[in-house]
Design a protein around this ligand. Sequence first.
Ligand code: 5AD
Ligand code: SF4
Length: 458
Amino acid sequence: MNRNDAPKAPAKTTPATFHVKSFGCQMNVYDGERMAEMLGTRGMTAAADGAQADLVILNTCHIREKAVDKVYSDIGRLRREDGSRPMIAVAGCVAQAEGAEISRRAKSVDIVVGPQAYHRLPDLIDKAGRGEEAVDTDMPAASKFGALPGRSKQARPTAFLTIMEGCDKFCTYCVVPYTRGAEISRSWTAILDEAKALVDGGAREITLLGQNVNAWTGEDDRGRMQGMDGLVRELAKIDALKRIRYTTSHPNDMSDGLIAAHGEVDKLMPFLHLPVQSGNDRVLRAMNRSHTADSYLRIIERVRQARPDIAISGDFIVGFPGESDAEFEDTLKIVEQVRYAQCYSFKYSPRPGTPAADMDGQIPMDVMDDRLARLQALLNRQQAEFNAATVGRRTDILLERQGRYPGQLIGKSPWLQSVYFTVSPTMPDLSIGDMVEVDIISAGANSLAGEPSRRKAA
Ligand code: 5AD
Ligand code: SF4
């Protein structure tokens, strides 16, 4: 179907059911959950999928070109066999970046709402129901968090909690500073209240989220300035909360306090996602990363001193404008030096409005393909090695879900690996959300097989 010829009139003017589909990062997943909870408190119910919903919210990602294309093909696919369609809202970073342009390009889009304005969704739904233009890409001074209802009970034992938003770093390839706005930390009390509500609702693990989560800063309840390490130490006091994670971090915000916390706070999991992007200093400068390959390696070294078994993860971009073969080799070199547990790697994608999009020396696609394949082969090898090294260890896993086979349960190791095992009749009853002590007996590329020791973990 052509993007522009979708039918305009939504099936229902006051939607009773909704479906939120989130793309991209975990912050989008979190936003999607908060949208769903808000619509729930307004009396709407969640539909099982988009095909049945009166309102479909596409919570989009703008980080790479492919993610944007996906939005438009998804909009097209929402048309039903009888020619009708749901009310369609485009939320997230594409909404922020493209604004009203979206509903001009895809006529079937009824609502466009940016990541800082989704607390106003109910009004926008009313407007769209009246056939009015419903576009809101404001970045209001008063944060949306104050206007959202409290957290509802979690179906899963793991929860996300956004503690800061936006980014002031302006890496030259990245759209985030434009779509998510300036760095803003949520308050100490708001975060602790939300964490307690999540734990009361059943969460046993909380992942603190932010584009630069380790840049979080705020006053505690006694007026003292704290960094994210202070927040982690306070969260660790919540008894029923067993695990704390955080993502994504910037090397420059890796404070001494946070590094020390990795060695001192048991509930802080031994996992660090610390993107370096490239192993070459000229490329890092052109990316405006404000760290060098060497300063990154020194941070990793210190983190490992504090917590020797920590799993290191990262992000890489290959084919940044001007990247030579030799400069790319430096990326392979830094990977060899770090020894990653897992990583994400991407081909550079020019994003409209970012400085790098206009730089000379854009790299041909076949060169990027080749570099990405070489990098991923190395990263996959390292991931397999990291997994293999856990075989023989006894460790706690947090049970997250049933597996595909009867009696199979799946949980996560402290190092964020999926571990599966099959329940035997002699085992005590286990439930999702339990912590179970297992012996890791074998390792695959993406998961580990475990065998519970005789006892349930504390
Ligand atoms: N092209 C390719 N990858 C990108 N990332 C961010 N912007 C771009 C881009 N324009 C990657 C970075 C970042 C991750 C979230 O996405 O590696 O850390
Ligand atoms: Fe983008 Fe760089 Fe900010 Fe990360 S630190 S969100 S890559 S600008």
